[in-house]
Design a protein around this ligand. Structure first.
Ligand code: NDP
Ligand code: HSE
Length: 433
């Protein structure tokens, strides 16, 4: 059988999974590719580090130049995270005549236009299925299988680490810190987990999906975003009592005003598909005007689910399909999208508001009056048990609103926070219904 000689740069969590699939399941990949994917080089930073996979002698090195110079290797999985040296390695791989497969969404969200232009100039391809939602084949689906549709909505849970943490908090199986440590130990988190929990990783993935679906070139940093790092256990519990779960939602949707995008902890009603996504799982709901709603669910982080997506891209590249898709889609080409971005302040949704009120007669009345003055209609009010804080009785009061705009709730909460009866730390979360 013919061989395609391949390399891997970076053999941490994902690279190790890729090496395992190539070495232990070569028969499967050969059946799908019609040729053997022959692992010829594995490049890491530190060759002395213990590895969790038995590599044939001579494969492992820290000599990238040796891989670049090997003209027989035409396909490389680039699995180094972050921006640099990942960007330079990617450019050097392309320039030395190799097609590249990557899982690095941070790099693509930051330097996609440069890297894709360069690959096109050089006649090479970049495949990146694993960069969004790990093992869920969402990149191929959105960019190819929805070809007959105008996609109108993408809503999803796109970070396994955050979903793992918030699931454990909701189930009472750990606090934020212990759950984050478990996510790191299990290989879901990034080398620096800040981007997992502060919404950056999700904004990067949403920027990639929105480019594929809508052609927009919205930089991830311009997407309004908040992560789960500021969500308290108190709100997770209050939301559950109201029949909701808090999930880190990525949202990209056509409204009358244009495309609305945000990343935010959001209340999702228990029993709806997104609310039932647990642990490191991700899910994406996509609506196309011809097909209707399609729902994807699977492991969005972790060694083997992510490696599954990387190796599928390697097969596609070895067969020659990846290059055709890459050249046809013209991703991140200079062509501008005609789709307008909507004003995020006009986005309408229900809101969960939690006020810490000083327990005084008329306090709740003042809150409702100010909400009313801002034209915000209340659907539910729940007063929780008071607690003694700084010698004052503080009562958490949760107000659920009917749909209103981001601008109206922001203005109302700002005014309420100035009242003497409102103790600091008002919480304001969207509700997805
Ligand atoms: P790790 O931190 O576990 O592994 C990174 C690897 O890159 C290590 O093997 C490291 O070498 C190697 N490396 C770093 N710098 C260099 C260098 N200059 N030259 C050669 N090798 C280098 O990361 P992950 O495997 O978790 O993630 C890899 C990519 O996949 C990231 O972009 C991540 O965002 C993405 N991803 C990760 C998922 C996951 O579940 N973990 C899921 C989806 C995407 P050494 O081992 O010697 O230190
Ligand atoms: N750190 C990422 C996550 C890996 O937790 O989802 C998958 O991109």
């Amino acid at each position: 059988m013919e061989k395609t000689k391949v390399g891997i740069v970076g053999m941490g969590t994902v690279g190790t999974g890729v090496a395992r699939l190539l070495l232990d399941h070569g028969d499967r990949t050969a059946r799908h590719a019609g040729r053997t994917l022959w692992l010829e080089h594995v490049i890491v930073r530190d060759v002395a580090k213990p590895r969790d996979v038995d590599l044939p002698a001579g494969l492992l090195s820290n000599d990238l130049d040796r891989l670049l110079a090997d003209q027989q290797v035409t396909l490389v999985a680039q699995l180094v995270g972050g921006i640099e040296p990942a960007r330079t390695i990617m450019l050097r791989l392309l320039e030395s005549g190799k097609d590249v497969v990557t899982a690095n969404k941070a790099l693509l969200a930051e330097h996609g236009p440069e890297l894709f232009d360069r690959a096109r100039e050089l006649g090479r391809s970049i495949s990146f299925e694993a960069s969004v939602a790990g093992g869920i084949p969402i990149v191929a689906n959105i960019s190819q299988c929805f070809g007959a549709n105008q996609i109108t909505s993408i809503r999803g849970i796109l970070n396994g680490t955050s979903n793992f943490i918030i699931t454990k908090m909701d189930q009472g199986l750990g606090d934020y810190t212990s759950a984050l440590k478990d996510a790191q130990r299990l290989g879901f988190a990034e080398a620096d987990p800040t981007m997992d929990v502060d919404g950056t990783d999700v904004a990067q993935k949403l920027a990639i999906l929105s480019h594929l679906a809508f052609g927009v070139r919205q930089h991830w940093s311009e997407i309004p975003r908040r992560g789960i790092d500021s969500v308290s256990k108190l709100d997770v519990d209050y939301a559950r009592q109201l029949g909701y779960r808090i999930k880190l939602i990525a949202y990209s949707e056509f409204t009358g005003d244009g495309l609305q995008m945000f990343v935010s902890p959001t209340l999702v009603r228990v029993g709806t598909p997104l609310a039932e996504v647990r642990d490191n799982f991700n899910a994406i709901s996509v609506v196309g005007d011809a097909v209707g709603r399609v729902f994807y669910h699977g492991q969005g982080a972790g060694q083997m689910p992510t490696a599954s997506a990387v190796v599928a891209d390697m097969i596609d590249t070895a067969v020659g399909r990846a290059r055709i898709t890459f050249q046809t889609l013209k991703l991140w080409s200079k062509q501008e999208s005609t789709i307008a971005m909507a004003d995020p302040r006009k986005l309408r949704s229900g809101y969960y508001l939690r006020f810490q009120l000083i327990d005084k007669p008329g306090a709740l009345g003042q809150v409702c009056t100010i909400l009313g003055n801002h034209n915000i209609s209340v659907s539910d009010v729940i007063q929780h048990k008071a607690d003694l804080v700084d010698d004052q009785n503080i009562v958490p009061v949760v107000v659920m609103t009917h749909p209103t705009t981001e601008a109206q709730t922001a203005a109302a909460v700002e005014e309420l926070n100035r009242l003497a009866i409102v103790h600091p730390a008002t919480e304001r979360l969207k509700v997805l219904d």
